[in-house]
Design a protein around this ligand. Structure first.
Ligand code: FES
Length: 62
């Protein structure tokens, strides 16, 4: 529900295949001090077969 940002991921490949970011997702991401341009909330991504090859990593994890 875009309420906590604990699911934040950084998209490494396939960002162009993702659904548009909603205002709620953007507002929650904007609270993170270390937000990256490719950060998204995983709970807000609407997965489908066209996203084959999507690569993400947990935000803040090396
Ligand atoms: S924002 Fe809380 S699980 Fe995604």
């Amino acid at each position: 529900m875009a309420l906590c940002a604990t699911c934040c991921v950084d998209v490494l490949e396939g960002e162009e295949k993702l659904n548009e970011m909603t205002d709620d997702e953007y507002a929650m991401l904007d609270t993170l001090p270390d937000l990256l341009p490719n950060s998204r909330l995983a709970c807000q991504l609407q997965l489908n077969n066209n996203m084959d090859g999507l690569k993400v990593k947990l935000h803040g994890v090396s």
